[in-house]
Design a protein around this ligand. Sequence first.
Ligand code: NAD
Length: 268
Amino acid sequence: MGDLGVGIVGAAGRMGRMLVAEVARTPGLVVVAASEAPGSPALGQDAGTLAGLDALGVAVTADASALVERSDVVLDFTVPAASERLAALIAARGTAWVVGTTGLSPAQEAAIAAAAKKAAVVRAANFSLGVNLLLGLVERAARALDPAWDIEIVEMHHRHKVDAPSGTALALGHAAAKGRDVKLDAVAERGRDGVTGARKGGAIGFAALRGGDVAGEHTVVFAAEGERVELGHKATTRAIFARGAVRAALWTKGRAPGLYAMTDVLGL
Ligand code: NAD
C-alpha cells in the first residue's frame, strides 16, 4: 500500500510547522497539501522551507477545499472558525481528520461531531501521551476523594495563546467532574475577581497564567483540611503534540467514520 497523503491546515502556524516536520520524517506518511489563511504572508511558500526543512515541493495555498480533496487525512491545529468551515468539507468528502484546535463554541464542536458521522475524526484538546494518561488518573482521584476535597485546575501557557482556560484544563475539569458524577458546566468556577464570596462546596475552579514560551503546564489540585494531592503534567516542547497527532493520523487508516479521542488511539 502507498503512503498516506497528509494535508496540513495552518501550515505556517507554531503547530503547523511542527506537523509538517513530523509528517516529513514519518515513514508511511507524505505531505501532499498545505494551507493557510487568506492573506497570510506564507501563501505561495514551500511548506517544507517554512518548517525549516529542505523544500518538499508543496506550496501553501488558501484553498482548503483542494487540500481536503487531495488528502487521505487532514491535520488541523488552527482557529475555531477555520475548523468549523473545514467540518463541512470533511463531511462532504469523508476524509479522515485530526483536529486539535481549541476554544471552540458548543455549536462549533457540534459541527465537528456532525462531520464525524461521515469521516473518521480524532478530536483531542491535547495529543500528548502524558496528558491522556493524566485524564484517567484525575478521574480516578476525583472518584476516590469525597467532595470535601476542593478541586482547582491551574494552567500556564505561552504569551500568544488566545483562549482560556486551555482546552486541556477544561478536559481535565471534565475528567474530574466525571469522577464525581456531575456535569462540569454545573460546578465550574472560571476566573475569580473581586469579592467572590467563599468557595462553593463541590466547585471545580480554574486559573490561567500566561507568559513567555511555556508549551503547556497543568496541575490539578485536590485540597482538603490538612493535606493536598497534586497531579500534573509539563510539556517542554510542542513536538509531543505533533508526534501524537501524527500517530493519530496513521491510526485513521481504514478506520470507520466516528468521533474518536486520543485515548482510543493510544488504547488507554
Ligand atoms: P498559531 O496561531 O501559531 O497557528 C494557527 C495558524 O492557523 C496560523 O498560522 C493561522 O494563520 C492559521 N489559520 C487561521 N485561519 C486559517 C484558515 N482559514 N485556513 C488555514 N489556516 C488558518 O497557533 P498554534 O499555537 O499553532 O495553535 C493552533 C491551535 O492548536 C490553537 O487552538 C491551540 O490551542 C491548539 N493546540 C492544540 C494542541 C493539542 O494537543 N490539541 C496543542 C497545541 C496547540
